[in-house]
Design a protein around this ligand. Structure first.
Ligand code: FMN
Length: 278
């Protein structure tokens, strides 16, 4: 289910320039007298009409205080106040006006927020998380992540993968110590998940396992949880600890928990040219 909030405007061209040029919205759809902007997960439509809607408040939210401060520098000429902490809602925000006098707000939630990421934002923002809050993952949330993870593609739809939830502290410690710094993130999270495949069910156990694991990583991120692919977990000692049959494949064992924060600076990515070959 998706949605759009529409406003009537008397100055569509000016509104278009303001919301794309200054706020940084993309044009999602342009229907001449109606333009729909996209800002993260928000779709916002403006239609040229004789009447004008100026009520309400359009809020753009960010993930770092610096982004709110940067927005303030950009909107100082139309700002109503300066960025400040609002303790009642635990937000850091300021208000400004758009060209027709609508109230717009730029803010950061200082508290944990429920999942809101969609589409390209979900794919772009996912990071390997190696530090976690000292906060348990509720079973209900874990179930949602696992339920989404049922939808990974598998060879001939064999669905031969499965998850092992590891909660036991001693086992987590053993797993974390298998590969030095590379496996250390496991002990910083409240739980870990092994993503395994039964090769009796699928002929493509490696592909199925890796895709299912990545699907799980994305599902967890969608629900605001952090993961980190830990490599080389397909080992006999690990299978013994986790009671996994020796012929089964362990794609990864990932820590799972609330990231210390969600606004990671992305590690550098090469330009598109690098990924294309003649
Ligand atoms: C096959 C594979 C193995 C990885 N192994 C480890 C690992 O053992 N330990 C670790 O901390 N990160 C590991 N990573 C995470 C990568 O370091 C990480 O994906 C990469 O640096 C890009 O960062 P990002 O995931 O935040 O975009 C692994 C990732 C993949 C895909």
């Amino acid at each position: 289910m998706n949605g759009i909030v529409f406003f009537k405007t008397g100055k569509l061209d000016e509104i278009k320039l303001f919301y794309t040029g200054r706020v940084g919205c993309e044009i999602w759809m342009d229907q001449n007298d109606c333009v729909i902007f996209k800002h993260g997960n928000m779709l916002l439509g403006f239609c040229q009409r004789d009447e004008v809607d100026t009520g309400g408040c359009i809020t753009f939210f960010y993930e770092k205080r610096e982004e709110v401060d940067k927005a303030y520098i950009n909107f100082k000429d139309v700002a109503i106040d300066a960025p400040k902490l609002n303790e009642k809602y635990n937000i850091y925000n300021f208000f400004a006006r758009d060209p027709e006098g609508r109230t717009i707000e730029f803010q950061l939630f200082e508290n944990d927020v429920n999942c809101y990421r969609q589409g390209d934002d979900l794919l772009l923002s996912r990071r390997s998380v190696r530090k976690f809050k000292d906060k348990p993952v509720p079973d209900e949330l874990l179930n949602k992540v696992l339920d989404l993870s049922r939808w990974a593609p598998t060879s001939m739809n064999t669905q031969g993968y499965y998850f092992k939830i590891i909660r036991d502290k001693e086992t987590l410690e053993k797993l974390a110590s298998t590969r030095g710094k590379s496996s250390e993130p496991i002990i910083r999270a409240p739980i870990a998940i092994a993503i395994c495949v039964d090769p009796q069910i699928t002929k493509r156990h490696i592909q199925d396992g890796c895709i299912a694991a990545y699907h799980f990583l994305l599902a967890a991120w969608y629900y605001g949880l952090g993961t980190c692919w830990i490599a080389a977990m397909d080992r006999d000692d690990i299978k013994e600890w986790l009671n996994i049959p020796h012929d089964h494949y362990v794609a990864t064992v990932t820590p799972l928990g609330y990231p210390v924060h969600m606004n990671f600076n992305p590690p550098e990515r090469k330009e598109l040219d690098w990924f294309l070959r003649d």
